[in-house]
Write a protein that binds this ligand. Structure first.
Ligand SMILES: Cc1cc2nc3c(=O)[nH]c(=O)nc-3n(C[C@H](O)[C@H](O)[C@H](O)COP(=O)(O)OP(=O)(O)OC[C@H]3O[C@@H](n4cnc5c(N)ncnc54)[C@H](O)[C@@H]3O)c2cc1C
Length: 430
């Protein structure tokens, strides 16, 4: 094992994959996470399903992400070939995997500050019930999703839309249990014009609509959610659905006042949505809210400025890069920060784009990489690269890169990317 330490801030999918990849190459990673479990948005915010990571029948992301999927299936937290999964099962799976690889992690620990010397992070400051502690490291990876570590290290960043800095709407995910999904499907199929889509396939049931019911409830003064439809998907079970419908507007995920208001309002909206379904839709008669997410889902906050900034055009033109480290084909999917609408711009059928290593390399700091939803990307590009599988692939690349930088005693900017690409072939080649 390398005697130099890599510290990873943020234990979401990018962070977990970074830690495992670092360890696979002999690294000595330590992962720091503010919550009492790993998985980030996929567990704390209960976001499911994993959005598309296939090009036809060819996977765009494999590697450590696939290891996690395989474990989820073993625990019955995911059906074979389905993208839907159980966020509760993911919690145990991530603990088991981290322990299998003998990776050290600190939970209930908040990163708060940093000490820099000569363009290098020397140590980070952590806060927890034990008090304040300073932890020295040799290499650092920021997978906090908010670029907290990069921000404190004076890495330049952007936030939100170019015109007004507003970020995508937030959503509190919640689950409704004891749903008779066949009855629900039967009801929906009787009035297809009331729905945007009604899907029932290998990924489970996915329904968006109930426009008529929403209109009625709005007239009665019982419905304040700005979205004009209700969207839910089944999980690993047909009787347990996850509702992705609450919308909180004009709110910043890095402002505690905004977050406080957003949490309180979103719970009220979730109950309005649930009551509508229970009172008006057959199949919800005996249902109940089984749980709401620990933390409201934040789609977008800071995006670092790195050596390359991925643009919306890179996404829709399916740009390819020599220094590719991950790839994706999810559309630009922007949930309007100011209303119930949105923008969805798809790639051409059969196309995918690369993510270049340079977009993980922040300006100014020589021993830091950033991975996950806060890499160097414009507002539009971030709306595509943010999906979980892509974040996992970026994390994996950052983890291998951290060990290679330590082994070769180079900064990420001077790393031989071809050497890195040998370890992540599964995520960049077919
Ligand atoms: C409402 C919503 C719906 C979505 N829908 C989908 C979908 O259907 N499918 C899909 O694939 N993707 C979806 N996404 C996007 C996707 O879930 C996320 O973008 C992705 O999971 C982000 O992964 P990450 O590892 O970059 O960050 P995260 O999963 O957010 O992980 C960051 C981690 O860092 C920790 N952290 C943050 N700051 C600190 C700190 N200062 N100190 C210590 N720890 C810290 C957090 O607690 C967290 O565990 C959705 C996102 C949202 C919000």
């Amino acid at each position: 094992m390398l005697n130099k330490r890599t510290i990873i801030v943020g234990g979401g999918m990018a962070g977990v994959c970074a830690a495992i990849a670092s360890k696979k190459l002999g690294g000595n990673p330590l992962l720091v996470e503010r919550y009492g479990f790993l998985g980030g948005t996929s567990t704390a915010s209960m976001v499911s399903p994993f959005m598309n990571y296939y090009l036809g029948d060819k996977p765009l992301v494999k590697g450590i992400f696939q290891e996690i999927l395989d474990e989820l299936e073993k625990y019955n937290g995911k059906k074979h070939k389905s993208r839907a999964f159980d966020s509760e099962t993911l919690k145990i799976v991530l603990f088991e995997i981290m322990d299998k690889y003998e990776i050290e992690y600190l939970l209930h620990t908040y990163f708060t500050d940093v000490n820099i010397e000569n363009n290098k992070i020397k140590s980070i400051v952590l806060e927890s019930k034990s008090g304040k502690e300073i932890l020295e490291g040799d290499f650092f990876i920021d997978t906090s999703a908010d670029a907290d570590l990069a921000f404190k290290s004076n890495v330049p960043f952007e936030i939100g839309r170019k015109e007004d800095g507003l970020t995508q709407a937030m959503t509190l995910m919640f689950r409704i249990a004891n749903v008779n999904i066949n009855k629900v499907l039967e009801y929906c199929k009787k009035n297809p014009e009331n729905f945007l889509f009604i899907e029932n396939d290998v990924n489970g049931v996915s329904i968006a609509g109930f426009k008529k019911e929403i209109e009625e409830e709005r007239k009665n003064g019982n419905y304040d959610n700005p979205l004009d439809y209700i969207f839910f998907v089944t999980t690993h079970r047909d009787d347990l659905i996850i509702v992705n419908t609450v919308r909180i507007l004009y709110s910043s995920g890095i402002n505690n006042r905004d977050l406080t208001k957003a949490q309180s309002k979103s719970h009220k909206l979730a109950w309005q949505i649930y009551k509508l379904l229970k009172n008006k839709v057959p199949g919800f008669d005996d249902s109940y809210i089984s749980n709401t997410a620990t933390q409201i889902g934040v789609r977008e906050t800071r995006r670092i400025i790195g050596e390359y900034t991925i643009t919306g055009l890179d996404i829709v033109n399916a740009s390819k890069f020599q220094d590719k480290i991950a790839r994706g084909n999810y559309p630009i999917d922007i949930h309007d920060p100011t209303g119930g609408g949105g923008k969805m711009i798809r790639l051409k059928e059969g196309e995918y784009y690369d993510i270049p290593f340079r977009s993980l390399i922040p300006k100014n700091i020589d021993n830091l990489l950033v991975a996950g939803r806060c890499i160097s990307a414009t507002h539009e590009a971030q709306a595509s690269i943010r999906i979980t599988a892509t974040c996992a692939a970026m994390g994996e690349a950052a983890g291998f890169a951290s060990s290679l930088c330590i082994i070769n005693n180079v900064s990420p900017k001077n790393l031989n990317v071809e050497e890195l690409q040998k370890y992540i072939k599964h995520n960049i080649e077919f």
